[in-house]
Write a protein that binds this ligand. Structure first.
Ligand SMILES: NC(=O)c1ccc[n+]([C@@H]2O[C@H](COP(=O)([O-])OP(=O)(O)OC[C@H]3O[C@@H](n4cnc5c(N)ncnc54)[C@H](O)[C@@H]3O)[C@@H](O)[C@H]2O)c1
Length: 334
């Protein structure tokens, strides 16, 4: 399985592992029942059986829907993940989660299905545009903020060297940095494969991020999470969960990405709190109607299942959308 951007690489795989190729639309629009049905129908047509292997070449969206189809077809055929975006390499390819969007809610129908193998090839990253790179870097920065001061330092060093050049161009991380970021995910998944505990730390930025992503179809996942992290950082400081000086250090890590974020990333009209809240209340981590946040509580340290007064979450949102990158955010709003 591939999409138009990754088709040529899929063709190359066929020269060593002959098989049929399904090329389907990529991106968030592919995470639907229709796409799932398209893949299942194709597997049926091609007379795939349980000895068949589904190779998915693409970004996180394609691997989410491909992995779901692989789990469902004939009660499960093996699949191989060939991540071709930075986000997929550093995040989606590990941990087994896969999902489609349903009922207007992001990832609301899904399951766990680990790939039998993963094939990493760093040069795939060379063809990514700046938005896709920002999406991946956002997750790398998140991994540092929730679990690794060392990674935060590596990220600072990378962006420091980049911003010292006259016309900085965002590039993919080198393999060492990519592996350092990936290791954070591998370790958390190993501790908590089914996300009942510490793996939830990786959801920092996702509670607000998923709401924004669902409400702004053109907003890439990583950019939505980046915006979500800025909001949630302000929330953590405002709620007294994160000391302001620590918040400032975390904020500096997020801020590094700002020069590469296109202006279209910021919604021209921010959704009202009421609409956002409807999405927040659908978050998979919630229990008993309470929103459970994963929030930073130190530098390179986060906590999960944190409850914040909803009135404060609203006040922080109203203040935040007035100027989402403003320094005063870090002083807390309430
Ligand atoms: N399952 C998980 O654990 C997990 C984790 C994080 C994110 N996700 C999901 O991943 C999705 C986002 O993934 P994404 O950021 O990879 O974006 P994406 O899958 O939407 O792909 C973005 C675009 O990049 C193109 N593309 C892919 N590889 C390319 C390459 N090497 N060069 C040029 N273009 C290329 C694709 O054709 C697509 O148009 C979201 O749906 C998110 O929910 C899943």
């Amino acid at each position: 399985m591939a999409d138009p951007a990754t088709q040529a690489w899929a063709e190359a795989y066929r020269s060593v592992a002959p098989g049929s190729l399904l090329v389907m639309q990529a991106g968030e629009a592919s995470k639907t029942w229709d796409s799932l049905q398209q893949i299942l129908a194709w597997l049926m047509e091609e007379q795939a059986d349980r000895s068949s292997v589904l190779l998915v070449l693409g970004g996180g969206a394609l691997s989410d829907v491909g992995a779901m189809a692989a789990a469902m077809f004939k009660r499960g055929i093996p699949w191989v993940s060939v991540p071709t975006t930075l986000l997929a390499m550093v995040d989606a390819a590990y941990g087994g989660k896969c999902a489609i969007n349903f009922g207007g809610i992001k990832n609301s129908v899904g399951l766990y299905n680990d790939p039998a193998h993963r094939i990493y090839y760093h040069p795939y990253l060379q063809t990514l545009g700046v938005d896709a790179l920002v999406d991946g870097w956002a997750e790398i920065i998140k991994h540092g903020l929730v679990a690794s001061q060392d990674l935060m330092q590596s990220n600072l060093a990378y962006f420091g060297s980049l911003n010292n050049t006259p016309n900085p161009v965002l590039t993919p991380p080198n393999q060492d940095l990519l592996l350092q970021a990936l290791q954070v995910k591998i370790d958390l998944v190993a501790l908590d494969p089914r996300e009942s505990g510490p793996r939830k730390l990786l959801n920092f930025g996702h509670t607000m991020g998923h709401a924004l992503e669902a409400l702004s179809p053109s907003l890439g996942h990583g950019r939505a999470v980046w915006l979500g992290m800025i909001y949630e950082l302000g929330l953590a400081v405002s709620a007294g969960l994160l000391a302001r000086d620590h918040g400032l250090i975390c904020y500096a890590n997020l801020q590094m990405l700002a020069p590469y974020v296109s202006p279209e990333t910021y919604p021209s009209t921010w959704p009202s709190w009421k609409v956002v809240l409807e999405h927040l209340l659908q978050d998979k981590k919630n229990r008993g109607g309470r929103i459970l946040w994963s929030l930073p509580v130190g530098v390179g340290k986060a906590d999960y299942d944190r409850v914040v007064d909803p009135a404060m979450a609203e006040r922080v949102y109203e203040a935040w959308i007035r100027d989402p990158l403003a320094w005063p955010l870090i002083h807390g709003y309430a």
